[in-house]
Ligand binder design. Structure first.
Ligand code: PGA
Length: 254
């Protein structure tokens, strides 16, 4: 079976201002200069920058995504952004269910499922995040917790073309810690097998499962080489084009 084309997505979180365009521009330049990169590459800047980035990146290989969306398409939800608005601004994807949203905004897997379905309705790729806490891992519950999050967060119309799963252990995000390669492999295998049970063999084989949590240029090659790891969701190391390129270039032809 052919492997899905990897995706390396940068999650800028609440970082970046208009002056950060230079990072996007230089990343797009690096991508254009290296036609052998065998991965999709995406930046998910804060919402304020999406339209400008998408406009500036027209014709470039670099994709633009959002970091969250509301489950409804419009209405009285002050401060929220719909999937349709992201698409209108030029995004082609949106991250949903990031652990920071689950923790800071009390988002449940049911909320995440509704958001992912809204993303699909607006023809956005939904990047659905799952991951266990440190306590859950220590208690031996990591596989169970992630399996439950996955089945609760996966919308009905999930397919390889519209859905990406990002496994991000909460304790590895922004800490410099990463699971062992065996633990990453075990979790990704588990996610793939859960997807098979829900979507069937062919669809599940095509879904990209990203690893996220302290991915850096120094550890990217070994993490990306793990079976069933189809790319990365990168926070801190995606803010500077040079660092992010150090991760993306794992997928460049040598
Ligand atoms: P990090 O964040 O790479 O800074 O650990 C990853 C994420 O939260 O997506």
């Amino acid at each position: 079976m052919t492997k899905p084309r990897p995706l390396v997505a940068g999650n800028w979180k609440m970082n970046g201002a208009r002056a950060s365009w230079k990072e996007a521009e230089s990343l797009a330049g690096l991508l254009a200069a290296d036609p052998e990169v065998r991965a999709d590459v995406m930046l998910c800047p804060p919402t304020t920058l999406i339209a400008e980035f998408a406009q500036g990146l027209k014709g470039s290989e670099l994709l633009v995504g959002g970091q969250d969306c509301h489950g409804e398409s419009s209405g009285a939800h002050t401060g929220d952004i719909s999937a349709g608005m992201l698409a209108d601004a030029g995004a082609t994807a949106v991250i949903v269910g990031h652990s920071e949203r689950r923790a800071d905004h009390g988002e449940t897997s049911e909320d995440v499922r509704i958001k992912a379905a809204a993303a699909h309705k607006s023809e956005l790729l939904a990047i659905i995040c799952v991951g266990e806490t440190e306590t859950e891992r220590k208690q031996g519950e990591a596989l169970n917790v992630v399996g439950t999050q996955l089945s609760g967060s996966l919308p009905e119309k999930a397919q390889a073309g519209n859905t990406v799963i990002a496994y991000e252990p909460v304790w590895a995000i922004g800490t410099g810690l990463t699971p062992t390669l065996d633990d990453v492999g075990e979790m990704h295998r588990h996610i793939r097998s859960e997807l098979k049970g829900k979507l069937g063999e062919a669809e599940a084989a095509g879904i990209r499962i990203l690893y996220g949590g302290s991915v850096k240029p120094v550890n990217a090659a070994e993490l990306m080489a793990v079976t069933d790891v189809n790319g990365a969701l990168v926070g801190g190391a995606s803010l500077k084009a040079e660092d992010f390129w150090g991760i993306v270039s794992v997928y460049a032809e040598k």
